[in-house]
Design a protein around this ligand. Structure first.
Ligand SMILES: NC(=O)CC[C@H](N)C(=O)O
Length: 425
């Protein structure tokens, strides 16, 4: 970006003519490393980047792109996410372990990253695939550019690739394994072989994203962001939360609804959980194939029926299996912040946040288990209840982050279930 250009368009040219807002740090043109001080002066320039990365899919297609973040070679399953916002929450959602997330929204990076939108302390995904990496980062709470964030966390990203064409292919053929590489010495054939020799099915991914030891979770949703009066909580319920890759906002929402939470690792014995005498148990979201973690299904089986339980996403799938049902891999899954689901008990439709590739087959479930929610895009099972076993579960993300808050009331349903159970015992 020449200073002449800056003169013609003025100091805010890189920000679409808008003032560069916020924290007095000025702005950053992350693609060409032009940085703007608060008075708009240019402090550094480098040439526009040319393609230096390849994404090779298992179907043999090769997609040339420009890299950002980390460099190297990485294999993973490519999934597309239709959320318009919330890329930082998506990048830090442990359920994306082993996957490349392709954002269908073409413009990513404009708000940078900040310390408060993290859904976990690490990034576990294989990489990020986007169309356009925002030229400017400008947000009132940003502390870092997306590019620096990914580089520091050793996560590869690519931009200037035809994300629409890749999405069409995934919709047609289903999720595909891909290899992303910036290494020029690796041939397309080598990368293709790598993609074809790798699989995500049958792999236990939850044990590598879970915590190592139990801990207490105290944080509630920050008052400035509390969108729902969760009511006073004269009573407080103790919830043991199994961390299969838990998103922090699940824990924040439970804390906001007055729960005291003990987070435990994925392999924490059911007997130890029951010794804690909890009012309820949460089985969290988590990455990968629910059929690859029989030990977790056993844990769920041992707890089911003894205390009220709530499963979210992976937790829902494990409950489905613990009840004797089957899970299956969907063609390309659901990933986005705009999926309509219907609560079959009252007809209410919520717009929901979703991230899953597997689903429970309702036909495989025993009598007494009620399908409470369906995904209106494809009719798949989106929620279950089995009152006799004090169980409820959702295939999607009521905690949002990112996504709509429509389904937040289910946290209250869980609290009410714990309350009723306590009163009855
Ligand atoms: N968000 C999640 O818990 C994902 C569940 C599961 N790993 C799937 O892909 O279906």
């Amino acid at each position: 970006m020449s200073s002449k250009f800056m003169e013609i368009l003025g100091p805010n040219a890189l920000n679409g003519g808008l003032p560069i807002k916020g924290n007095g740090r000025g702005g950053l043109c992350i693609r060409c490393s032009v940085s703007l001080s608060t008075d708009g002066s240019v402090t550094g320039v480098r040439p526009w980047k040319t393609s230096d990365a390849r994404l090779v899919l298992e179907d043999g297609s090769v997609w040339r792109a420009k890299s950002f973040g980390a460099s190297g070679t990485q294999v993973g399953e490519v999934v597309f996410n239709t959320s318009l916002t919330g890329y930082q929450e998506i990048l830090t959602d442990p359920s994306y372990a082993g996957q490349f997330v392709l954002m269908t929204n073409p413009h990513i990076g404009n708000t940078g990253v900040n310390p408060v939108d993290e859904e976990s302390a690490q990034c576990f995904l294989a990489g990020l695939v986007i169309k356009s990496l925002s030229i400017c980062t400008s947000n009132w709470q940003f502390t870092e550019t997306l590019e620096n964030f990914l580089a520091k966390r050793n996560i590869m990203g690519i931009y200037d690739v035809d994300t629409r064409a890749i999405t069409c292919r995934l919709r047609q053929d289903g999720s595909l394994i891909g290899v992303l590489s910036t290494e020029v010495l690796k041939t397309d054939e080598e990368l293709l072989e790598m993609a074809r020799n790798w699989d995500i099915v049958g792999v236990d991914l939850i044990s590598s994203v879970s915590c190592d030891a139990p801990y207490n979770w105290l944080d509630k949703t920050d008052a400035a962001w509390e969108f729902k009066a969760t009511g006073g909580h004269p009573e407080s319920f103790h919830v043991v939360a199994y961390d299969f890759g838990v998103k922090h906002n699940i824990l924040r929402r439970l804390a906001s609804y007055g729960c005291k939470i003990t987070v435990v690792p994925s392999k924490w014995p059911a007997s130890e959980t029951l010794k804690m005498n909890p009012d309820g148990v949460l089985f969290s979201n988590g990455p990968g194939d629910p059929s690859a973690v029989p030990y977790a299904v056993e844990t769920v089986k041992e707890i089911l029926g003894k205390v009220p339980v709530f499963g979210i996403c992976m937790g829902h799938q494990l409950l489905g299996q613990a009840l004797g049902g089957k899970t299956f891999k969907m063609k390309f899954g659901h990933h986005g912040g705009n999926h309509p689901v219907r609560d079959l008990r009252n007809g209410r439709v919520d717009i929901s946040s979703q991230n899953h590739n597997y689903a429970v087959d309702p036909a495989s479930l025993p009598e007494g288990v009620e399908v409470t929610h369906i995904n209106l895009n494809d009719g798949s099972c989106a929620g279950l209840a089995f009152p006799a076993q004090k169980m409820m579960s959702l295939q999607y993300h009521p905690e949002a982050s990112p996504g709509p808050h429509d389904s937040d009331t289910v946290f209250k349903e869980f609290v009410d279930m714990m309350k009723q159970n306590k009163q009855a015992s």
